[in-house]
Design a protein around this ligand. Structure first.
Ligand code: NAD
Length: 340
């Protein structure tokens, strides 16, 4: 039976990398049908709305979306479309794998760390933000709000994912020594949840030490679970360990919907030039296939990407190649067809 997904090509390099990704998915013969919808500046220009209701309805209908990067216009009171989508669909879990690929200029080899970041609470709240004082806003206050159910579901998600993927260890990263309430609640709940998973080793680490440890000896980490702001920072740090954003996928997962995307943005500096590396979105598509229980296809896709990277076959300039988005896609399609 074919499954329909919502596809949001997005802004800047989005349509170019989405085009390559869909060609690769078609070569994998996944039986997917695509419902194309708009969001971002392209939607603002066409429909007068950065995130049209029609797009929201289609994501709700299909429950799974593959999304290109979206440009949030600066100023003009626009809130981030990504943050709006996470809230609207309660996409509480942001899963960001950092996996080494051959042929990249990275500081380490054989890194394989998954950061599971809480995506809807913590410091990323629009409410409770105030500035006071004469003239220059002398005092600025912002709120961190973590809830027990919110902490429970993210910790459970991390342990369940670890078990499903055969991972050995989950490390809870926190700052409970200083932020005794908000981070303290996270750590308390993480310890409670860990007791239900005796088959998985549990570790805990203060966030500043975790940053140093990740740089000094990243191999001690397997799965990291953490709150919203720390997860945002740590997952970029992990992406840096494996050679940057060109290979960093992200999954936003909720109870009723999941949106898969590249971590990078719309790259306006190279848009329209066919220089964009499609791999981050392709790896997000592989994670989407896992989510849709097409694990063997996902494995084939990752292997094809790995092979092309290793051979430096028609790859894009960001990874030292002289190819284009399209030739990179062609090389991956060929590998996939060869393993059919
Ligand atoms: P960016 O990630 O778009 O670009 C940073 C640098 O990385 C640029 O030099 C760019 O050319 C390069 N780069 C990014 N992706 C690449 C790829 N696939 N291949 C080769 N090079 C690549 O970050 P930015 O310039 O800070 O942001 C541009 C826009 O994207 C902003 O409007 C921002 O709001 C938006 N953004 C969207 C998302 C998202 O939708 N998930 C995430 C981040 C930024």
């Amino acid at each position: 039976m074919s499954k329909t997904i919502a596809v949001i090509p997005g802004d800047g390099i989005g349509p170019e990398i989405m085009d390559a990704t869909i060609r690769v998915l078609d070569a994998l013969d996944c039986g997917l049908a695509y419902d194309y919808v708009d969001a971002g500046v392209v939607a603002l220009e066409k429909h007068g709305d950065l995130l049209p209701q029609h797009t929201i309805d289609k994501i709700a209908e299909h429950k799974v979306a593959l999304k290109g990067p979206l440009t949030t216009p600066i100023g003009g009171g626009f809130t981030s479309i990504n943050v709006t989508l996470r809230r609207k669909f309660d996409l509480y879990s942001n899963v960001r794998p950092a996996i080494s690929f051959p042929g990249t200029k990275a500081r380490y080899e054989n890194i394989d760390i998954i950061t599971v970041r809480e995506n809807t609470e913590g410091a990323y709240l629009a409410e409770g933000q105030t500035t006071t004082g004469e003239g220059d806003n002398e005092v600025a206050v912002s709120m961190i709000r973590n809830t027990r159910p919110g902490m429970q579901r993210i910790c459970k998600y991390a342990f369940e994912m670890a078990r499903k993927k055969g991972r050995k260890k989950v490390t809870a990263v926190h700052k409970a020594n200083i932020m005794k309430t908000s981070s303290g609640l996270f750590l308390t709940v993480a310890r409670e949840v860990a007791k239900d998973y005796p088959d998985i080793e549990f570790g805990e680490m203060i966030v500043d030490n975790a940053c140093m440890q990740l740089v000094m000896n990243p191999y001690q980490f397997d799965v990291i679970v953490t709150t919203n702001l720390f997860g945002d920072i740590l997952s970029d740090l992990c992406a840096g360990l494996v050679g940057g954003l060109g290979l960093a996928p992200g999954a936003n997962i909720g109870k009723d919907a999941a949106i898969f995307e590249a971590v990078h943005g719309s790259a306006p500096d190279i848009a329209g030039q066919k220089k964009a590396n499609p791999c981050a979105l392709l790896l997000a598509a592989a994670d989407m296939l896992d989510h849709l229980d097409m694990v063997a296809k996902a494995t084939r896709l990752r292997a094809a990407i790995r092979d092309v990277m290793e051979a430096r076959d028609r790859t894009t300039p960001d990874v030292g190649g002289t190819g284009t988005t399209d030739t990179f896609g062609d090389a991956i399609v060929e590998r996939i067809r060869a393993t059919a």
